[in-house]
Design a binder for this molecule. Structure first.
Ligand code: HEC
Ligand code: HEC
Ligand code: HEC
Ligand code: HEC
Ligand code: HEC
Ligand code: HEC
Length: 352
């Protein structure tokens, strides 16, 4: 049976069931009731013809030509607002960051920022979307450090469109996007903020990262900053914070107060770490079980800094962010004109 026939017949059966038992649950938890939120049963909807073959050449009977556009029809400016509409005024930060920064024309806030622009495509993951004008990142044919093809990068490269019980419905091990790729590692363990309330992340309300994030990113990137990896910057990404680094994180309270912090209130949402006892509302700094991971320094979707940085790695003072490039300045969590980059949260020298 072809996938189209299968899909059409599955949808027919499901829509029949739907008439008998309408679920009032939220969209992704409404089970079969939600097929028609993303798929079209016939080749037409409300009298207009709907594409059956999408731009990537697949026949998934989707409502949009690109899988990402199906998701963005709901998520661009609501239910977590992961895109937004204005790169200078992004929606509330919930953890993953906003794709609108991919539409910036310059992200370079180094002193040479004006003459050497870094394009918005470097802001993070270029999820291909005809509707929002986001195309493949021309710098990368594949995920740096891995083989995942950038010409298929979509919301569904990372999230399971059919829902699952993982954190944020992220894919676990197995085939992805109808075999465009396959993951080796399981989904990370974490708890996120409520996407329907839309309240912004803060130091006392943030994703609680428990374990497995670096392995999960490695499904596509390998251990990117490893000695043997392909990055120019070498850094451990799944290692326990040793006693010295834990102490530094806990006492550091910004450039102006480098030693006055206490562990009870040390958690900085902009520089998170994994811990088995992490909690969404916890303000506790790290302990012996805490680990550095990919999202210590990166946002998962995009940011207004190059390489989807949680802060701009190219500025010496956070107050310089946005000045050269005219891009959105990432808020300084310490709110001080003297504040340096956030590597200092773990390293007293700012590097090692
Ligand atoms: C949130 C959007 C969404 C919902 C709801 C949804 N799908 Fe899909 N479906 C997709 C997307 C997007 C693809 C294309 C493959 C990809 O990008 O992962 C797809 C692909 C498929 C495929 C072919 C490839 C595969 O992954 O097996 C089938 C079959 C399918 N869907 C059936 C269903 C059925 C049946 C339902 C209802 C129970 C449903 N879908 C609900 C978005 C959705
Ligand atoms: C018809 C509107 C609609 C579409 C289309 C849609 N979503 Fe959602 N999504 C929602 C709503 C509503 C929620 C919040 C309630 C829930 O979880 O069902 C949500 C929640 C989510 C969450 C957070 C789940 C959690 O654990 O808190 C993710 C991730 C997500 N959607 C991804 C996607 C992806 C990926 C697609 C495209 C394949 C998609 N959505 C398509 C409406 C939609
Ligand atoms: C499904 C595969 C996939 C997964 C999973 C994935 N990435 Fe990527 N990533 C890519 C691809 C493909 C590119 C290159 C295309 C692009 O940059 O748009 C990329 C690019 C990047 C970039 C460079 C952005 C730029 O433009 O300079 C960073 C940083 C990054 N990923 C970090 C991460 C982190 C951190 C995680 C885990 C939270 C992750 N990725 C998970 C596929 C993936
Ligand atoms: C490279 C992998 C990747 C891609 C591509 C991706 N996501 Fe995510 N997404 C994640 C991860 C990881 C998280 C959790 C991040 C965190 O809490 O730090 C997340 C979180 C979310 C959330 C919760 C709200 C938030 O901002 O944290 C929603 C909703 C969501 N994604 C929807 C989408 C949609 C819609 C798309 C496509 C437009 C998309 N994602 C593309 C990996 C991805
Ligand atoms: C301690 C902070 C830190 C951690 C942890 C970290 N990164 Fe990075 N990452 C950086 C910095 C700084 C850059 C920019 C410098 C560079 O590209 O060499 C970067 C750049 C990247 C790039 C983009 C390269 C490009 O050419 O645009 C990718 C991809 C990437 N990181 C993936 C990852 C993945 C995957 C992990 C987890 C396995 C990770 N990073 C963990 C700081 C970090
Ligand atoms: C959450 C804490 C944390 C943050 C934030 C952090 N690091 Fe690290 N860093 C570590 C840990 C843990 C190690 C490994 C233990 C050690 O070398 O003391 C490390 C090691 C290093 C090393 C030695 C690498 C090697 O292979 O020997 C350098 C250099 C470094 N970090 C630079 C940076 C820079 C630059 C930043 C900001 C972009 C940064 N770190 C942010 C925790 C962190």
């Amino acid at each position: 049976m072809s996938i189209t026939t299968y899909l059409s017949s599955a949808l027919t059966v499901i829509l029949t069931i739907l008439l008998l038992s309408r679920s009032a649950g939220a969209f992704h938890s409404a089970g079969v009731a939600s097929c028609s939120g993303c798929h079209t049963m016939h080749n037409s909807e409300d009298g207009t013809t709907v594409l059956t073959t999408n731009r990537a050449g697949n026949n998934w009977l989707l409502k949009s030509a690109d899988p990402s556009d199906v998701c963005l029809s709901c998520h661009a400016t609501q239910f977590g607002s992961v895109l937004g509409s204005d790169p200078l005024s992004p929606p509330n930060e919930l953890g993953a960051g906003n794709f609108v920064h991919l539409l910036e024309n310059n992200l370079n806030d180094a002193p040479d920022g004006v003459i050497n622009p870094i394009p918005g495509s470097a802001a993070g993951h270029n999820i291909i979307s005809a509707v929002y004008g986001i195309s493949r990142d021309s710098r990368f044919l594949h995920a740096p450090g891995g083989t995942y093809p950038s010409n298929h990068l979509a919301c569904t490269s990372c999230h399971d469109p059919h829902g699952n019980s993982n954190f944020r419905m992220l894919h676990g091990s197995g085939p992805v996007q109808g075999n465009i790729g396959a993951f080796f590692y399981a989904a990370p363990v974490a708890v996120g903020l409520n996407v329907t309330s839309g309240s912004a992340e803060s130091n006392s309300s943030h994703t609680a990262y428990v374990s497995g994030m670096s392995d999960w990113c490695a499904n596509c990137h390998g251990n990117y900053h490893d000695e043997a990896g392909s990055g120019s910057f070498e850094h451990p990404a799944n290692e326990f914070l040793d006693g010295e680094i834990t102490d530094q994180y806990n006492r550091y309270n910004g450039t102006d107060f480098p030693t006055s912090g206490v562990q009870t209130y040390a958690y900085l949402a902009v520089v998170p770490f994994e811990d088995p006892s992490a909690g969404v509302n916890s303000t506790l700094g790290p302990g012996p079980q805490s680990r550095v991971m990919c999202l210590t320094c990166h946002r998962a979707h995009a940011s207004s800094a190059p390489s989807s940085g949680r802060w701009d790695f190219n500025v010496t003072l956070l107050s310089l962010d946005g000045l050269q490039s005219g891009s959105y300045p990432i808020p300084d969590p310490y709110n001080s004109p003297n504040q340096t980059g956030l590597c200092y949260k773990c390293h007293p020298s700012g590097s090692d």
